[in-house]
Design a protein around this ligand. Structure first.
Ligand code: ADP
Length: 488
């Protein structure tokens, strides 16, 4: 079925280098499939090393003019781009749902959320301040300015094909950097549609270049080319580590948004209605395929029965189906590998003693659909305690004391988002300070927005996206020592 768009020209099949839509040298293509039904959504040129090198050279060439462009002009370009993203949100959402599977309402939400970063950094572009620092020597002055890091390589995943790219492009462009992007091969079409609107918004040729195709070739070129000064990656911890190693030979800066294993702690004193609501939002959005999704529900003994029965009731009401159908809350997982992995994690938990309170198997909607699932009596020896689930499965673990909850929550190599529910102000401070995570949701399950710094600690990565801190990753501080100030 062909995708019905108000602007069919937003569905691209070519890559973008130096403002030109190009075929791959080999004329090979990648098929983009709809995970809900396996149908072809579109195809895209399959690029490799040579095209990536040309994209980097185009970004290097465009850098000189873009970094010299007044901040107010860069800001205005980003603002126009934001307006176009919002104007075209229906088409962008339709493309996103077709290639990624999430319900249309969530896809629209992602477009607005992603555009929010473009709006935010359009404003921040005008506030890239420096410093004048008192010098120890009266004959000198210390002046600091912030300059763009240069060409940035952006590598993004399939779970938020629009927003993960917007979160990198917006601060990079605001700072005066130019970019070479590699979206995930599962979901490249959203990236090209965004780029088409960026061109329309007046962002000059070569400032945004996008290639997709041979992942390891593109990755190797981006991470080794000396003109690329920084790599910003969102994806798995495993691939993040490879990219950090590859970046070492040319000492590139890196920003890494890697995997999570979010605990969601419910204390006896919590508002249970609010906790159930927060758990639904933080667990089941995007069918559980976000790096800040709740992975482990840790529930205190006193309220465990009540919480699990209320959660199970809510989970049983979730409608599973294609993202374009009305009222669907849970779409397909991205591919067969993903759904098989989630089903095998459920099997592992059940064979180790977990009880299925809801769901537990493949959904009748089709291949790649997994029933929204609640498992009780989970224990830390199960895969589900250690591995990122990336699916609509809520495992319940029990604890009795605050210390035990903190220790279970921190028992992981990663530390992106965590959540906890309590009405006790002393406990809120104690627990929030003790949790080894970059983001803490306190009585709140929706934590991400452009005004807030998003990022993790430990093996969840380095750097922050969004907020007033978000430009730091894309600017270098240059210190200028001015001498000869004294008149004598
Ligand atoms: P996920 O498990 O979400 O697919 P990945 O880390 O595998 O996460 O992928 C995230 C992004 O990283 C995708 O764009 C993918 O194509 C890309 N990627 C995977 N392996 C490499 C690699 N060796 N070099 C560069 N990019 C890679």
């Amino acid at each position: 079925m062909t995708l019905k768009l108000n602007r069919p020209d937003l569905l691209k099949s070519k890559c973008l280098i130096d403002g030109q839509w190009i075929d791959a040298d080999s004329s090979e293509e990648i098929q983009v499939l709809n995970p809900a039904n396996g149908e072809t959504v579109g195809h895209i040129a399959k690029c490799g090393t040579a095209e990536t090198r040309r994209a980097i050279e185009a970004a290097e060439h465009a850098l000189l003019a873009w970094q010299a462009t007044p901040a107010a002009t860069r800001s205005a370009c980003l603002r126009s781009w934001y307006n176009l993203l919002i104007e075209n949100q229906d088409d962008l959402a339709a493309i996103l749902t077709a290639e990624m599977g999430k319900p249309l309402a969530e896809a629209r939400g992602e477009i607005v959320y992603g555009a929010g970063y473009v709006e935010w950094f359009a404003e921040e572009a005008k506030r890239i301040y420096g410093d004048v620092i008192p010098a120890p020597d009266g004959d000198k002055r210390i002046v600091c300015i912030r300059q763009p890091v240069g060409v940035v390589g952006c590598i993004t995943p399939w779970n938020f094909p629009n927003a993960m790219l917007a979160r990198k492009l917006a601060p990079a462009l605001a700072a005066g950097c130019t970019v070479v992007c590699k979206p995930a091969n599962e979901t490249p079409l959203s990236a090209y549609a965004m780029a088409a609107l960026a061109i329309e918004a007046g962002i000059p040729a070569g400032v945004i270049n996008i290639v997709s195709g041979n992942t390891s070739e593109i990755g190797a070129e981006i991470t080794s080319h000396p003109a690329v000064r920084k790599v910003s990656f969102t994806g798995s911890t495993e691939v993040g580590k490879i990219l950090i190693q590859q970046c070492a030979s040319t000492v590139k800066r890196t920003s890494m948004e890697l995997g999570g294993n979010a605990p969601f702690i419910v204390f006896d004193d919590a508002d249970i209605d609010a906790a159930v609501e927060g758990a639904m939002i933080s667990k089941f959005r995007n069918a559980g395929q976000t790096c800040v999704c709740t992975n482990r529900l840790l529930v205190q003994d006193g309220i465990a029965e009540e919480f699990s029965s209320r959660l199970t009731e809510r989970v049983n009401s979730l409608k599973v189906g294609e993202g374009t159908q009305a009222d669907v809350a849970i779409g397909p997982l991205i591919n067969d590998k993903a759904s098989n992995n989630v089903l095998s994690m459920i099997d592992d938990a059940v064979s180790n003693g977990a009880k299925v309170l809801a769901g537990g198997k493949q959904a009748s909607a089709g291949e790649r659909f997994v029933e929204p699932t609640v498992l009780s009596e989970c224990t830390s020896n199960m895969r589900i305690f250690k591995d990122e689930i990336f699916g609509p499965v809520a495992p319940l673990f029990r604890f009795s004391t605050e210390e035990e909850a903190i220790s279970m929550a921190n028992d992981t190599e990663v530390g992106l988002a965590c959540y906890f529910y309590s009405r006790d102000v002393g406990r809120i401070w104690r627990v929030a300070e003790a949790l080894e995570y970059g983001i803490v949701g306190i009585n709140e399950g929706a934590i991400s927005n452009p005004a807030a710094p998003f990022g993790g600690v430990k093996e969840s990565g380095q750097g922050r996206e969004g907020s007033k801190y978000g430009l730091d990753d894309y600017t270098e501080i240059k210190y200028m020592c001015m001498g000869g100030i004294s008149s004598t």
